[in-house]
Design a protein around this ligand. Structure first.
Ligand code: MEZ
Length: 571
């Protein structure tokens, strides 16, 4: 239940609801969408990316001198867990055609396509269990142009507009043109899409879409897709070997500069294992658990940007790593679930963001960065947010309107995950609004790829959230779900094709020594060791009681160290 002091504000929300319901029933927008000028002003004034210390120049590596998100620059300017002389590469522990790092949607798609199209064997190495990934957490839907009034060209224009015209056009073209085929691929594997009575796809709006294009499986879309892909992977144990609790900690190269596998670390046995692979795909997802600028996050526990730092050390270039996506509607209260996702589909179905006086202050379906900035402005500058008991703040998302607009029972039927998320805490979202605030959601940039998922390094492919360029500096809802399917499949196809031809040379970790030298030459002083692997939420007094185990301490052992998080912890 909400605390008593919120009752007055809730009364105002109820009071303004009938008039807002009338507005919502009309064809016009319930609130005037912003002009280009207004959008720029709210972004520059209130988006966390524009805060003074949000970015800094990185001092080493392929993007040296470029301004990156500060936490990302900190993460890149760090030491490896390994030194080259510690690892014997003469006799790799495992050999395979494809090594896929990451067991989410992109990784599973890649393994399946490499097997089906090229007969290639894969190892999927995943930090936690297969499916412990942001794929599983996505709720509201996947964009794909399948309805009669839509086309891949319209989808393309929306995605480019949403990305502030900075997306790599060839990637957006691949995304939007492959979209309808992905819908069929997933349906053939077993995904049960929401349909209309006549059998056509149910389509909804998301922020920044000019056509209804959001395909869903209620608000469990990601879970449905992930479970289906995992089932199919598990159907082929002879071709796809899944190694769980085995994150990669460094890429292995050969003496010709080609990627040739990775060093894995077993969280169970605390041993290192080497994998020699003809081609390697990074599908490690995003970095929400770095808690950039102290924000809560919608991301899963393992989302610590590992792929970025491994690829960067090996020499791959990053793109748009100055741009972070804050989902406009993360949970602000109940605080046990602070930061959890409240799907954008709630606004797509008619939910309205309201201030403490029950007033609309923004069009509910602006692109994400604009909507999030407007909510921050309403709370921070206008002082119109609702404080929570622990010092957070939020605005209302008026969900009871949804049943009023679509009929009683609609919310429980179409948003069962949302309903359950709140009813556990005594909040019935069909009767009361939700209290929300922007939450760190997505890594807009990543490792630069082309439409074949190739990086600057031969043999290294990237798919899904770890890659950069597709979404420009702002991704639209549902395009990440399509992204990991389209580019997961493409990575499997092209990495499989490459694996058939390549002849690897002598394996090497010399790039680790070169990186260490670069750190030294640039005068970087840091004791941060990456990949981060697991975030640490242990308070200082608990850390003091933890046992020290020497300098090569990794997550899974007694000391979990992630100073990035400690320094900017918000919750
Ligand atoms: O694309 C997303 O981030 C997504 C589907 C999230 C949501 O709001 O449901």
């Amino acid at each position: 239940m909400y605390p008593d002091y919120m009752a007055e504000s809730l009364r105002k929300v109820a009071q303004t609801r009938p008039a807002r319901l009338e507005l919502a029933r009309k064809p016009d927008p319930v609130y005037p969408p912003m002009s280009a000028e207004e959008r720029r002003a709210v972004l520059e004034g209130f988006h966390p990316d524009f805060e003074a210390s949000a970015r800094r120049a990185v001092r080493i590596g392929p993007n040296r001198g470029e301004s990156l998100t500060t936490e990302v620059a900190d993460m890149l300017e760090s030491h490896s867990w390994l030194r080259s002389e510690q690892v014997n590469l003469d006799k790799p522990d495992f050999e395979t055609d494809l090594l896929i790092i990451g067991g989410g949607g992109a990784g599973c798609n890649a393994a399946l396509v490499a097997m089906k199209e090229h007969g290639m064997r894969s190892i999927i190495a995943t930090k936690l269990r297969m499916g412990d990934a942001n794929t599983m957490m996505s709720q509201g839907g996947m964009q794909a142009a399948v309805s009669r009034t839509d086309s891949p060209t319209r989808h393309y224009l929306d995605a480019i507009g949403g990305g502030h015209f900075e997306n790599k056009p060839e990637l957006v073209r691949a995304l939007t043109e492959d979209g309808p085929g992905v819908v069929k691929w997933l349906e053939d594997l077993g995904v049960v899409w929401d349909k209309e009575k006549d059998g056509s796809m149910k389509v909804m709006h998301g922020g920044g879409t000019s056509r209804k294009r959001m395909l869903s499986c209620r608000d469990y879309t990601g879970a449905m897709i992930m479970r289906t892909l995992m089932d199919e992977v598990r159907n082929h144990p002879d071709m796809i070997d899944v190694k769980e609790f085995m994150p990669a900690v460094e890429l292995i190269m050969d003496d010709k500069g080609r990627c040739a596998g990775a060093v894995l670390y077993s969280l169970d046995s605390e041993e290192f294992f080497t994998v020699k692979a003809k081609s390697t795909i990074i599908a490690t997802g995003g970095y929400g658990r770095l808690h950039i600028r102290g924000y809560d996050t919608t991301n899963h526990y393992g989302a610590t940007g590992d792929g970025l730092v491994m690829a960067y050390r090996a020499g791959a270039k990053l793109m748009y790593m100055d741009s972070v996506q804050y989902h406009p509607t993360g949970v602000s209260f109940p605080e046990q679930i602070a930061g959890f996702l409240v799907t954008e589909a709630i606004r797509g179905a008619g939910g309205q963001p309201l201030n403490k006086d029950g007033e609309l202050f923004v069009f509910p379906r602006e692109p994400r960065d604009i909507e999030a900035s407007a909510i921050i402005r309403e709370c921070v500058q206008n002082g119109n947010g609702i404080p929570t008991p622990s010092g957070r703040v939020g605005v209302w998302l008026d969900s009871p309107l949804i049943d009023m607009l679509h009929g009683e029972g609609y919310t429980e039927k179409h948003f069962p995950a949302m309903y359950r998320q709140f009813i556990r805490y005594g909040i019935d979202i069909t009767k009361l609004p939700m209290l929300i605030y922007p939450s760190l959601h997505y890594q807009n940039g990543g490792i630069e790829i082309n439409e074949r998922c190739e990086t600057d390094l031969p043999g290294l492919y990237v798919a899904g959230e770890a890659s950069g360029g597709l979404h420009g500096r702002n991704r639209l809802m549902g395009n990440s779900v399509l992204d990991y399917n389209v580019f997961g499949r493409r990575a499997g196809r092209y990495a499989g094709e490459y694996a058939k031809k390549v002849k690897l040379g002598k394996l090497s970790l010399a790039h680790l020594d070169a990186y260490e030298k670069e750190l030294k030459d640039a005068g970087v002083k840091t004791d941060l060791v990456t990949p981060v692997l697991l975030p640490s939420y242990a308070p200082e007094d608990v850390k003091k009681r933890q046992l020290l185990r020497g300098d090569n301490t990794l997550p899974g052992s007694a000391v979990l160290q992630n100073r990035l998080h400690d320094e900017r912890h918000c919750a």
